[in-house]
Ligand binder design. Structure first.
Ligand code: HEM
Length: 414
């Protein structure tokens, strides 16, 4: 094999079992040595691990493009390797085209819009906890289905199918290609769900209701109504962004709080600490670990010779542990403030759902602490996601707690 023209070369694969066993340690090695390095995994890509390089790349859309190109294979452009997937808008667009679509997404995800969703979120949180509270034991990951059901209801899709949306997206982001579950998601669930979304788009064009799909089909780009392709691409991205990330954050946070009872007690005694705590959990766990760009022209970037067409992985999670920016970065300090973490990304693509993600996380963690204050997690039986390269978290959190009473009389969990 020809020796790579890129240097420095590192041995790294964010999708490997070795990386998944200790993502923070794996990134630390790069951050403490080369900072930016080239790996031959998945056809070759640059790994950006320190805050400064991630920050600079994320703010330079001309050189570091998010759109689909002929480089690095076919499929979703913001992950490595690219996965076969429908277009996602606006995340796979660059300015100026990008702005026309982000303008459409901003009003539905702004603080004022989230304010109107709070009662719906709170109801699902209460209902999910009700479904396990009398048992005294549960898999806490069942409780973190809330972000999925909220997203599906908000969009105007069929709420009874929330588990299928959630499972399929989980498999694509954190499952292992070739396993029966992954194959089922890619070959059966996604085509089925795509058809269901398309049907709903058609229905809402004919007969709008008070939901996000109805809003989207009434928007215009360049003076023309948003077409079915673009509407679908936005809806599918909102599902992708909505279902996994918040669940990942909450699963990690609840797992950590179970092992750190002093901090848990502080949060129970003084709920006003929760806002800063959620920001610190975002920094420390970085649910979206890293996303990709494509280099659009030859450039010398932080001392590295990048070539047009190279792929680059921007590690939000590694930037979040950079000691240049954060004191004692490998410790959770719920009082850390200011906290300029990169968990929601940086630059024009910064997370559109950050306000919703924050609210759902806050509501879930607070309600679990209030209603199951003594929950204990069987740490040996914790099951992390099989791959932690894109999304980190747990797929099983067996917990026991003192049983409590249900709060809602009119809620049935589907
Ligand atoms: C804890 C929760 C969340 C985390 C950690 C997170 C993380 C991120 C990150 C890192 C990006 C940047 C992507 C890039 O630069 O390529 C992003 C973008 C995005 N997120 Fe989130 N997200 C969260 C919750 C949500 C929710 C709840 C939604 C919607 C329901 C959402 C929708 C989006 C969308 C639409 C984008 C693309 C924005 C654009 O391209 O302009 N996210 N998110």
């Amino acid at each position: 094999m020809e020796s790579p023209a890129r240097c420095p070369v590192i041995h790294f694969d964010h999708n490997s079992p070795e990386h998944s066993a200790d993502p923070a340690g794996s990134y630390r090695k790069i951050r403490e040595s080369v900072k930016v390095g080239w790996t031959e995994a998945h056809g070759g890509y640059w790994v950006l691990s320190d805050y400064a390089s991630v920050f600079d790349a994320a703010r330079d859309d001309e050189v570091f493009s998010s759109r689909r190109t002929e480089y690095g294979g076919e499929g979703l452009s913001v992950v490595i390797p690219k996965t076969p997937h429908h277009d996602h808008i606006p995340i796979e667009l660059d300015p100026p085209e990008f702005r026309k679509y982000r303008k459409i997404v901003n009003p539905i995800s702004a603080p004022a819009a989230v304010e109107k969703m709070k009662a719906m979120v709170d109801r699902h949180v209460a209902g999910f906890i009700d479904s396990v509270i009398e048992n005294g034991k549960c898999d806490l990951t069942s409780v973190i289905g809330v972000p999925s059901i909220v997203t599906i209801e908000w969009l105007g899709l069929d709420v009874s199918e929330w588990r299928r949306y959630s499972g399929a997206h989980f498999q694509v982001l954190a499952g292992i290609p070739g396993t029966p579950e992954h194959t089922q998601a890619v070959e059966v669930d996604f085509p089925y769900l795509a058809e269901r979304i398309r049907q709903r788009i058609t229905e809402r064009r004919a007969d709008p209701e008070d939901d996000i799909i109805s809003y989207l089909v009434q928007q215009e780009v360049d003076g023309k109504p948003l077409d079915d392709h673009d509407t679908f691409a936005i809806v599918d991205l909102l599902i992708s962004g909505g279902v996994g990330t918040t669940a990942s954050l909450v699963s990690n946070s609840l797992g950590w709080l179970a092992r750190n009872p002093d901090v848990r007690q502080r949060l129970i005694d003084d709920p006003s600490l929760m806002d800063h705590a959620v920001e610190e959990f975002l920094r420390y766990f970085s649910p979206t670990q890293a996303l990709a760009r494509t280099v659009m022209r030859d450039t010398d970037f932080h001392g590295c010779p990048m070539k047009k067409g190279d792929r680059a992985l921007l590690s939000w999670s590694s930037a979040n542990r950079d000691p240049q920016l954060f004191d004692s970065p490998d410790e959770v300090d719920i009082d850390r403030w200011p906290n300029r973490h990169t968990a929601f990304g940086i630059g024009v693509h910064r997370c559109a759902g950050s306000h919703l993600g924050r609210y759902m996380s806050h509501a879930l963690i607070s309600q679990v602490l209030q209603r199951m204050p003594d929950y204990r997690v069987d740490v040996d039986a914790l099951e992390p996601y099989p791959r932690q390269g894109v999304n980190s978290g747990y797929q099983r959190i067996p917990a026991t707690f003192t049983p409590g009473k249900r709060t809602l009389t009119d809620y049935t969990l589907m």
